[in-house]
Design a protein around this ligand. Structure first.
Ligand SMILES: Cc1ncc(COP(=O)(O)O)c(C=O)c1O
Length: 326
């Protein structure tokens, strides 16, 4: 009999799927690394498990401990699944701009969720960065994960996502395109791919309201770039240690409207029911089309599932209210 010993053994080995209709304008073969096949429906299961295993190995996380993290939902889901199997408690801190579904989903897998205001400075004691840090200090036998600066995040992608993509494309990948939040995915996958073939180009998808693109191009952390935005999962108002700018060839920024519209289009034109950062990545890929030629193999990674956005990008009333559709 062939079966997984528990749900954690089903993480990884996700399919690569060709994008057809929406990639018509792009001369290259465009393939999606389809991460919703993970048990928590996102790529984050990979790094969540790796961060826990590494913290167990060096004693930061002890038996019966409490896992504390600031999360936009997906990392929380991965951590919660692992916590159930391994016997830990979870407290997650979320910003109030996140979909309600994401909060409900985390509660469904047994986590306690604390919601914080989005529109405050990262240093503000009410911010979700500050609250997660404080809870980490105050809660006995707890471990503050800190996915932004935790090196096991990028390492998970260096050890699993990157090698899978290399193997699935038989080493033919020429470009890797992906949304950037903590930077774990782009940095881990990008490092692995460039070690196999230094000619592979790595492009990050950023949002308007985030610091990444300008910082990469000029070395300046420009606070004027920072303002609230709608797109979920990508862009930051900080520089996480997990973003390795040296392996990133360039960033393109996608508007909130385009990201939302392309989230709908992926579902309607490709049958790919995915999250908001997938819409941003698809539109970013089209913005980059002049970089690709007919012999190229472009892999775009799609982070999470559409079910987390039914109240927003898949709700036409919300889309109209935001002015994204007529
Ligand atoms: C939906 C979604 N897209 C993209 C990202 C960005 O991935 P990474 O943090 O690996 O840069 C995240 C991570 O928070 C996410 O939840």
């Amino acid at each position: 009999m062939k079966y997984a010993k528990n749900i954690l053994e089903t993480i990884g080995n996700t399919p690569l799927v060709k994008i057809n209709e929406l990639a018509k304008e792009i001369p290259a073969l465009v393939l999606a690394k389809y991460e919703t096949f993970n048990p928590g429906n996102s790529v984050k299961d990979r790094m969540a498990l790796k961060m826990i295993e590494d913290a167990e190995a060096d004693g930061r996380l002890k038996p019966g401990g409490t896992i504390i993290e600031g999360t936009s939902g997906n990392t929380g889901m991965g951590l919660a699944l692992a916590a159930i199997i391994k016997g830990y408690k979870c407290i997650f801190v979320m910003a109030d701009k996140q979909s309600k579904e994401k909060i409900d989903i985390l509660k469904a897998v047994g986590a306690e969720v604390v919601v914080c205001p989005t529109d405050v400075e990262p240093e503000d004691p009410r911010s979700y960065y500050s609250v997660s840090k404080r809870l980490g200090e105050e809660t006995p036998n707890s471990w503050y994960v800190n996915q932004y600066d935790n090196p096991s995040n990028a390492k998970a992608h260096y050890e699993s996502t990157g090698p899978e993509i290399w193997k699935q494309t038989e080493g033919k990948i020429t470009h890797f395109v992906v949304g950037v939040g903590t930077g774990g995915t782009i940095s881990g996958v990008g490092k692995y791919l460039k070690e196999q073939n230094p000619n592979v180009k790595v492009w990050g998808i950023d949002t308007y309201g985030s610091v990444f693109k300008k910082y990469h191009e000029t070395g300046e952390f420009d606070e004027k770039e920072i303002y609230p935005y709608v797109t979920e999962g990508i862009g930051e108002d900080i520089l996480p240690k997990n973003v390795d700018f040296s392996i990133i060839d360039g960033f393109t920024k996608v508007t909130d409207k385009d990201a939302a519209v392309y989230t709908q289009l992926l579902a309607k034109k490709e049958g790919m029911f995915l999250g908001n950062s997938a819409g941003a990545a698809m539109k970013g890929l089209l913005q980059l089309k002049d970089h690709f030629t007919k012999d190229d193999v472009v892999v775009v990674l799609f982070h999470d599932h559409g079910s987390r956005y039914v109240g927003k990008m898949f709700n036409d009333e919300w889309m109209k209210k935001m002015g994204y559709i007529e």
